[in-house]
Each structure stands twice: as C-alpha cells, then as structure tokens.
Design a protein around this ligand. Structure first.
Ligand SMILES: O=C(O)CCC(=O)C(=O)O
Length: 258
C-alpha cells in the first residue's frame, strides 16, 4: 500500500484540526491503491455481499419508503468493511494512518469495528440527503473523542454529495432545543441559521483523506451525477477511551494499530 512519503501532519494541519475539527491529508493514497480498493468494493456491490445497508434503511430525507419501493434496495453502505477483504483491512491499520492518528489522539490507537467501518456507495439514481449531525450521538465511549478517516476513492464534489461541515462545532455546546428528536441540528430554528451558514464543502480528489472529529456537525447531499461515489470510512479512538460495556459501541472487538 503506497501512501505519500510524508506520513505526518504538519503543525499547521494539527492546528487546523484543533480549531475546525477536521483536516484533509491531500494525496494520501496513490491512484493505484484507490483503484484496487474500489475494484473490491465494486465486486461486493455487484454481488450485494452482506452485510449491507440499503437506502430504504436510512430513513433519511429522499430515501425510498421501504425496501420494496423503487430504489429501496439500493446499497448505501457495504458494512463491516474491515472483515470483508484483506486489502481493506491492511488499508485500515496501515502505518501512515496510525502515525497521523497518534499525533491527534495519543500513542495507542484502536479501530472500532462497531462504527462506520464501511464502504459508502452513494448511488446516482437513488441517494438520500444526510442532515446535519454529530456521529457521536449514538456512540458510547468514556470520552467523546473519536476520529473518523474518510478516503475518497473517486472525486467528491458538491454535485455527487460530498461532505459538508460546520467548522469548530466539535468544541461547541448545543441545547436540546437546537436538535430534533433524532439529534439532527434543526435547520428551521433561527438561532441555528447563522451557524449553518458557516458550512464548508469538503471537496476531495481521488486519494485525499479527511480526518474528522466525532463531534463535528456534518451533512451531505444527493449524488446528482452518473457515477456511484465510493468512500471508505473507519473510526478510531485512543486505547484508554473504552467503549461502554453493554452498548453497541462494545459489540465488536477493537483492532489495535501498531
Ligand atoms: O451521506 C453521506 O455521505 C454522509 C454520511 C455521514 O455523514 C455519516 O455516515 O455519518
């Protein structure tokens, strides 16, 4: 697996993560590595290899009402990516990712198999909108300090539903009334509107990798292009930040990075 020679964030990149809650490692993976991972994903998508999440399962705005509705069985995520293929597993725990995560969360890093751990497959014909949310809302760890790493296997732009982020929200406090019953940020509330206007598009080229904090509010739109958008996403935490016993976060063994 070839990654860029400089396997560390610069001081400026670390400062950006601290203030904005995200940073992009541009050109992290070479095109051949991305093509190989995408070929695995395409094979699993074509054969609908379980476990998968269908568009209908998301219940997001614009999603088909049921698996039997038109487009209901469009695959939105190939789940359990780490266990799907040795090439994907090698990708997830490679030294270049470990080195950067150690800079961000400390010397001992683990991958959570319970969260993200998926290949996103945003389909051009049927893709729903993901509203503003923090990933931590359904995760249960001793500390809300996890980082997700999002690899673009193709170009990600507004038109195919790239991620949108609200910079700095990973350190802000929110009142219950600002969120709906599913903990999405309410766009209809006056006090949320200035914050939502601060949104930035995280547009990525093939091989770019986004690192983002689990408290960072983010969203994404439809894929309005002709091609499926493939993104490989894993979540990591410090080894001393344990998943809480009995919760979904503790349902699968952690994978230690060396
Ligand atoms: O629709 C997307 O690509 C965004 C997915 C996302 O935000 C998530 O899974 O947390």
């Amino acid at each position: 697996m070839t990654t860029r020679v400089n396997d560390a964030f610069s001081a400026a990149e670390l400062a950006q993560f601290a203030s904005d809650g995200y940073v992009v490692a541009r050109g992290f993976a070479d095109h051949a590595a991305c093509a190989a991972l995408k070929a695995v994903a395409q094979r699993h998508l074509d054969a609908v290899i379980a476990p998968v999440e269908y568009e209908a399962d998301t219940r997001y705005p614009g999603a088909p009402q049921s698996r039997d509705a038109p487009g209901g069985k469009t695959v939105r995520r190939l789940l359990q990516a780490y266990a799907r293929d040795p090439a994907i597993a090698r990708w997830a725990i490679q030294p270049g990712i470990a080195a950067r995560l150690k800079q961000l969360i400390g010397p001992h890093v683990e991958l959570s198999q319970a969260h993200h751990n998926c290949m996103m497959t945003k389909n051009p014909s049927y893709s729903s909108i993901t509203s503003w949310h923090q990933d931590i809302r359904y995760w249960s760890f001793e500390r809300p300090e996890l980082i997700s790493v999002w690899l673009a296997l193709g170009r990600e732009v507004f038109e195919n539903g790239c991620l949108l982020v609200l910079p700095g929200t990973h350190t802000m406090e929110f009142k219950a009334g600002q969120l709906d019953e599913a903990s999405f940020l309410r766009p209809d509330i006056e006090s949320n509107k200035p914050l939502i206007r601060t949104q930035r598009r995280v547009e990525l080229e093939v091989g770019d990798m986004l690192f983002f904090h689990c408290r960072l509010f983010h969203a994404a739109g439809h894929n309005q292009t002709a091609d499926t958008k493939f993104s490989l996403v894993f979540t990591y935490h410090a080894a001393d930040n344990r998943p809480l016993a009995g919760t979904r976060s503790a349902s699968l063994p952690e994978i230690a990075l060396s």
